[in-house]
Write a new protein. Sequence first.
Length: 323
Amino acid sequence: MELSLDFKTDKVYDVVIIGAGPAGASAAIYTSRAGLSTLVLYRAEADGALGVTQQIENYPGIRGPISGYELLKLMREHAKAFGAEFVRGKVIATDLLNEVKKVYTIDGREFKARAIIIASGAMERTNKYKGEEEFLGKGVSYCGVCDAAFFKNRPVAVIGEDDYALEETEFIARFASKIYLVVPSSRIKAPPEIIEEVQSKEKVSILLHHRVLEIVGTSLVEGLKVQDVKTKEIKLLEVDGVFIFLGGNKPSVDFLMNQVEMTDEHCIVVNEEMMTSVPGVFAAGDVLCTNIKQAVIAAADGVKAALAVDKYLNKKAKITSQW
Ligand SMILES: Cc1cc2nc3c(=O)[nH]c(=O)nc-3n(C[C@H](O)[C@H](O)[C@H](O)COP(=O)(O)OP(=O)(O)OC[C@H]3O[C@@H](n4cnc5c(N)ncnc54)[C@H](O)[C@@H]3O)c2cc1C
């Protein structure tokens, strides 16, 4: 679960894949097997739609039931065996219009590639809490690595319910005196061993199935008002900071900064070879908003994008199958 900040970023990869779900991991199997240097960036280990899936038993060849995270690990190991590199880092910006494309992560790293596959899924938040915009940068944050040090020896709340939120909580716990982990759902959608690790931290109190009512303060955050869904009890948590790591069902495309064509619903538009409106930039999986959201379909999309990258980089006349 260590977040590495000393990764060498001067290399120009053949392809950088954003997302390590079934679309991104399957693309990585094909690009790395084709001899293309491949880097996969992802937010957290058990992240994305498959990462939070408790059980799956319809993925071809894997009879299951198996957790989505276990299946993801198999796909990623498969890609790593062909040489793909997987690096944890939330992508927040991209520069896609030149021949060498640049990808920037939240902790300030820059990665370069001749082609990009966007496989970031569709799990972005759709709505905001009362007080969230007012106190953004004044105690409200979306980034532990960037802002946790500002809360050294001070109490904070973390709102989230998956592995991404847990990994950020672990990092913030290095600094904060106390962390209230507010979980809107009735369960944390993460592997048991990761939940246990966070539970074992004395300074973390987990408030399961609590609805967030409001972030309160004057000029800076002074508290978080939450309600226990079962008992209806309202509590004011006295905190100086509120970190929010929640998902929804919107495509994860903010980092594209409108450089590629999208629909009104922010779904990426691709041609029959999975290429976006920008040459060298491809997309696959749930980020396309295909009407059937299934792991095997996302994986197949990823494979199509990977073969199209091979055609693009090697200037082939047409896409060729990989045997
Ligand atoms: C509860 C649930 C149950 C499901 N059950 C099944 C099932 O039984 N069978 C089945 O076939 N399908 C199932 N699905 C659907 C399936 O999980 C999805 O269709 C599939 O995971 C989509 O794959 P993807 O690779 O496109 O996106 P995801 O799996 O969502 O992966 C997205 C990846 O992008 C990364 N990412 C996102 N934003 C960023 C960023 N800014 N920077 C870096 N990385 C980023 C994430 O970390 C993640 O690695 C289920 C989905 C859900 C939500």
